[in-house]
Design a protein around this ligand. Sequence first.
Ligand code: ADE
Length: 224
Amino acid sequence: MRIDILTVVPDLLTSPLNESILKRAQAKGLVEIVVHNIRDYTTDKHRQVDDYPFGGEAGMVMKPEPIFRCIESLKAERAYDEIIYTSPDGEQYAQRHANHFSTLTNIMILCGHYKGIDHRIREHLITREISIGDYVLTGGELAAAIITDSVVRIIPGAIGDEASALTDSFQDGLLAPPVYTRPAEFNGWRVPDVLLSGNFAEISRWQEQQAFERTERLRPDLLK
Ligand code: ADE
């Protein structure tokens, strides 16, 4: 899989994309992540990526030409399954989006900035708009990092123990059950006996029941 990320602040993505599981997944050749600086696609002396909005509102808007050039030059090299724009007015991101994106071959993520991008780009080039939540970030880079992280970690082979990605919260529509490690007693607090029993049917039943109980208490909306 290949993920191209288009941004005016490439440095914001350096660390999130180059540590831990994402670093290993790239080293193993499971995913290629390429960050593009939209400013490199300007043609003017000042390398200007934004301009005043028509209509005279406050704030700046990302100009269409450099974004258009960047997207078109990538599309000339390969076919893209999705061209995603990160924006607070997009569809609310969820695990099902990550699952879908992880099955694709090439995706592009365009990070919004300032007041947003010229709407013609959204109308003519973007195939999907994603919001990571009902709050406003300074730009779409952290949203792009979140999307990339959630997609890459479920590519088969990215996580050492593959079963672990399948038991994540949300994968079955429920929150994950609590987990514990050694020591079995710490500070006088004991791990639930059932987990030490060696009875895998019992353990599995307990985990299911815990997952359901936690979901009912913390996220009843998921059960509807
Ligand atoms: N850009 C700014 N805020 C955002 C959000 N909540 N989701 C995605 N992109 C954004």
